[in-house]
Design a protein around this ligand. Structure first.
Ligand SMILES: [Zn+2]
Length: 371
């Protein structure tokens, strides 16, 4: 059984620990002890004693006591801060995948060459982590796969291996190849110096934020502010992490959850991208969508809904009713048909009844029509 990593969180009795690595193993031990599952039907006998299909209580005494006193190898971390622990956890979690990247680097083909070339981009010289065990190659491969999939997707080892295999003839000057270079060039221009806040887990989500900005918004409006926004975002995350769980903002607690495990899963990446983008839109509510589009984007709606706390702002047919996420309208304060933009600034929460009334030209009681 591999080593467990625990972080001491209190030295006073009773001593408490966070499990940095090994939660599933511990849970399996306790669950087995509590009789919640049986050993597999094909489990080999131990010392000649049959144990297949046994619950803990069915085990022969001798084997049960062997289980009870089996020593676990535990590494106790002391005086480590949250970020060190997170970094260590990611290293442990990726322990096998780092070997996998080494293997991929030996994989013949043009995808291998493109990944290696991408890992040399100036942006990787600005990140806060080192290239030990081919971390840059690994992330470069993940970014290329995200670009290929057109947004958040699973980027685990099996997915990366398949990409190397399916694209042995990859063309670096293809649209995907160009797009990856373009986004990394933007990131290199935003981060002109080494930035310790750029960690493994947020580089992935940040890349997706930039592609989404390129796809849906007039990125030049925020480009000069992206560096400060990102550093501020990370400062806020640290601040939130330092709070006791019950005082922390629920949104940030779920964000923390998403950056703590399964960081290579598509739904985790999508959550993180939308979370960061919404934070950006809250700070720059005037950011305009490309092509003068009529509808609000999903993330704009999230930002509007959160800002208005889900309360109808129109009050034509209601007096400020609180509505649910699946039953509301994002209303343009200045109508789109009158040149109002689809920005967070020009959006507001409307209940369906009020939105309909506004469309029909109903003026609220007491309102000054001149406004
Ligand atoms: Zn209303």
């Amino acid at each position: 059984m591999p080593k467990l990593y625990w972080r001491r969180t209190s030295t006073k009795a009773p001593e408490t620990y966070d499990v940095v690595d090994g939660q599933q193993r511990l849970r399996a031990i306790w669950d087995f002890f509590d009789g919640k599952f049986k050993l597999p039907k094909d489990a080999e006998p131990i010392n000649g004693e049959a144990i297949a299909g046994c619950l803990y209580d069915d085990l022969p005494d001798e084997i049960r006591s062997h289980f009870d006193v089996y020593p676990l190898d535990i590494v106790i971390l002391e005086d480590t801060d949250e970020d060190e622990v997170r970094e260590m956890f990611l290293r442990l979690q990726n322990g096998t995948s780092l070997k996998a990247q080494e293997k991929r680097n030996a994989f013949p083909g043009k995808m291998r060459d493109f990944v290696r070339q991408t890992a040399q981009q100036p942006f990787f010289q600005r990140v806060g982590f080192t290239n030990s065990r081919f971390a840059y190659d690994h992330i470069a491969a993940q970014l290329i796969l995200l670009e290929m999939q057109g947004g958040p997707a699973n980027i685990k080892n099996a997915d990366l291996n398949k990409m190397y295999d399916d694209h042995r003839d990859f063309d670096a000057s293809s649209p995907v190849g160009k797009a990856v270079k373009r986004v990394l060039d933007i990131l290199a221009s935003v981060f002109q110096e080494k930035t310790p806040e750029l960690e493994r887990y947020n580089v992935i989500a940040l890349y997706c934020v930039i592609t989404e900005l390129l796809r849906q918004y007039v990125i030049d409006e925020v480009r000069p502010h992206l560096h400060d926004w990102f550093v501020g975002f990370e400062a806020m995350r640290r601040q939130q992490d330092a709070r006791p769980e019950e005082e922390a903002d629920a949104d940030w607690v779920s964000y923390r959850e998403k950056i703590s495990h399964s960081t290579d899963a598509g739904d985790s990446i999508r959550f993180r991208m939308e979370f960061m983008l919404r934070h950006l839109l809250e700070q720059f509510p005037g950011l305009s969508p490309k092509d003068n589009q009529r509808g609000f984007t999903h993330v704009q709606k999230l930002a509007i809904f959160r800002r208005d706390k889900g309360i109808c702002q129109l009050r034509l047919r209601c007096d400020g009713v609180k509505i649910t996420w699946d039953d509301w309208h994002a209303d343009h304060k200045v109508a789109w048909s009158r040149g109002g933009k689809s920005t967070v600034e020009n959006g507001q929460v409307a209940c369906p009844a009020c939105n309909l009334a506004k469309g029909a030209g109903v003026i609220p009681v007491g309102a000054n029509p001149a406004n």
